[in-house]
Structures are given as structure tokens and as C-alpha cells.
Design a protein around this ligand. Structure first.
Ligand SMILES: [Zn+2]
Length: 338
């Protein structure tokens, strides 16, 4: 870390296992011997079992969600919903049967076997943040898929919990045969000499840490990028701009026959809070008010169209629908058997 660790923890309220998100962590930070918010979970993460996998069909396509692991934090704030009163958060957590003293976000990586080969949607966190994440490759191996078999990786945005899995411990590309499809705007933003992070509500030190983590990975895989404008990017996949969380954040609409699945990346981080309150943001949003508009638009359209969604950070496996609920919305996880 660039700053003294104790100062960082005092300033942010985050402890060792929690210095994870979005490029602000390091292997050393994640391995710090702080008591974890949930010691039992942390111990399991140090010696993880094979990751959870959900298999399902989307039209003619075989699809899987592989659980890369989880981001654990000792509390919702300060990272999430900085606009909310603590008692509002407490009430919503209770209403959703969630613990008051920690937040846990899944990392759900979609794998699809299509006509043009194996496709991934984001890549998991890789080695960026320590042992609670980065399990995706073991899941892929269980599916009988080697990294060299992956033909296309669709990247929703360039935060490290989404692109960290593109490289190994030595920052070398993992998926040697894959083209990496991302929005041109996103990659150009993060690879500029001084990206405008004025809307991001974290310390300058944390911004620098996050940026350097992102640029390191983008630099390692730059030869594989195919930078795209919104529109169809493969026979089965359409790229849809959804800016706010980052400038070039995008959704991917995967279609097969009549069936469709919308991969929404980080449009939502905490289902219990942001479906009822789309106006609640998170501190890493590069443009918080645009992120709110984008989220509202998604909820309105996807609830009306009854679109099946995959949320990267929704509770595993992250498949579900959004429906109206009073003045706001609610997340309806897709039942195991339908
Ligand atoms: Zn994320």
C-alpha cells in the first residue's frame, strides 16, 4: 500500500480482508493477519473448495455461471450507499435476512459455449485480491475447458475485480487465444495518461492504487483487445452502453433463438439496497448521477420487458429478474428449478 496501513484502516474503516475491491488491494494487504469479519469464512477462503458452478441452457447454448469468490467487507458503508442513513441500511439488511455487520458480494463469471467457441463475460479477480477471490480457473477446469479454448472474453468494465483474471501472478495473459471485447470508450479512458477520477469518492492514494492495478492488467493484454462501439459484436452478443459506474461500462445482451440474457456487470452492487433505492451509489462510481440514471433506466426497462439478468455481484449464481415493488424495485432470483 502507498499509505500507512493503520492510517488507511482508520480512515476507511476497512480491515485486512477488505482492502480488496477495484484495484485498491494487494496480495500483501489481503494476507494481513487482521481478524476477519467472519473468521470461519476467511479460513475457508484460505483453503477453498472447488468453486460453485451453475449450469443452464439459453436457447441452443450451454451456459454456466462460475463463482469466482466473494468480496467481503465489515460493513456496507463507507464503500456503498454513502447517501443512506445507517438506520435505513440496517432496516433493509434485516428485511432481507442479511447480517448487519458485514457485506458480501459474489463474483459471478458467465461462461457460454457458442457457435464461435467458448465465451467468458468478465474474468473474475484473478490474483489481484487474495484468496477469497480468483477461483474461476479451477471452475473452468472442472468444466473441461482449458484457458486456450476460450475464444472471446467480453469485458463489462475495467475494474480489477472484473479483469484481474485476464492475467496470472506474473501479469502474463492467461487466455492466450482469446480476443478481448470491450467498449472503446472504457479502455481509452483507463489507458489515458491522467483519467478524470474527480467523481470517484475515495482518497487520492486509493485512486492511484486502483488506477495502477487497472493499467497494469490492461497493458499486459493490450495486444488482444478488440475495441467496439455499441451494437452487435458477435453472432450471439450485443454491446449496450451503460455509463456511470465507469465511463465505458457496458451490458452484453446474449441471445439464442427467442431466449435472451442481459449481463449487467456492475449496474447493481447490493441487491437489498439498490433495488429499492436505485439512487444509492457506491464510492467507486466515476459519475454517480449518471450511474443512478443508468440504473433507473435498466430497472424500468427490464421490469417491463421481464428480461432475465445476470448480475456480477448479485448473490451466486446471480440470475434473476427485477420487478416493481412499491415506489422502488425488487430483485427476484431465478428459482433453481423453473
Ligand atoms: Zn465489480
Amino acid at each position: 500500500m502507498n499509505i500507512d496501513r493503520r492510517t488507511f484502516v482508520q480512515r476507511t474503516g476497512l480491515t485486512g480482508l477488505s482492502l480488496l475491491a477495484f484495484g485498491l488491494g494487494s496480495r500483501r494487504a489481503a494476507a494481513d493477519p487482521d481478524p476477519a469479519p467472519d473468521a470461519k469464512t476467511a479460513a475457508a477462503a484460505d483453503n477453498p473448495a472447488d468453486p460453485e458452478i451453475l449450469q443452464f441452457r439459453l436457447g441452443d447454448l450451454d451456459a454456466f455461471v462460475v463463482h469466482d469468490g466473494f468480496l467481503g467487507l465489515p460493513s456496507v458503508q463507507p464503500m456503498f450507499a454513502p447517501e443512506a442513513k445507517p438506520e435505513e441500511i440496517e432496516e433493509l439488511l434485516k428485511r432481507n435476512f442479511l447480517p448487519p455487520s458485514r457485506a458480501a458480494l459474489s463474483l459471478n463469471v458467465l461462461v457460454v459455449k457458442g457457435k464461435s467457441g467458448v465465451m467468458l463475460f468478465d474474468s473474475g479477480a484473478g490474483h489481484a485480491f487474495g484468496p477469497a477471490m480468483g477461483h474461476f480457473l479451477r471452475g473452468l477446469a472442472r468444466l473441461g475447458i482449458r484457458p486456450g479454448d476460450v475464444k472471446t472474453i467480453f469485458v463489462t468494465h475495467a475494474h480489477s475485480d472484473h479483469i484481474g483474471g485476464l492475467v496470472n501472478e506474473n501479469n502474463e495473459p492467461v487466455f492466450s487465444s482469446a480476443r478481448i471485447v470491450a467498449a472503446r470508450k472504457e479502455v481509452e479512458f483507463w489507458t489515458a495518461s491522467a483519467p478524470d477520477l474527480s467523481g470517484v469518492r475515495i482518497t487520492p492514494e486509493m485512486k492511484a492504487q486502483s488506477l495502477s492495478g487497472i493499467q497494469k492488467v490492461l497493458g499486459a493484454v493490450k495486444g488482444s483487445f478488440e475495441l467496439k462501439e455499441p451494437g452487435r459484436v458477435s453472432p450471439e452478443v450485443e454491446l449496450i452502453a451503460s455509463p456511470g459506474h465507469t465511463p465505458g461500462h457496458c451490458y452484453f445482451l446474449v441471445s439464442s433463438g427467442e431466449e435472451k440474457l442481459l449481463v449487467i456487470g456492475d449496474a447493481v452492487h447490493l441487491h437489498a439496497l439498490q433495488f429499492p433505492h436505485p439512487e444509492w451509489t457506491m464510492t467507486y462510481d466515476t459519475n454517480p448521477s449518471q450511474a443512478i440514471d443508468t440504473r433507473r433506466k435498466l430497472f424500468k426497462q427490464a421490469s417491463a420487458d421481464r428480461t432475465l439478468l445476470l448480475g456480477y455481484h448479485m448473490p451466486f449464481p446471480g440470475l434473476g429478474h427485477v420487478r416493481t415493488d412499491g415506489p422502488g424495485y425488487a430483485w427476484m432470483p431465478r428459482p433453481w428449478v423453473v
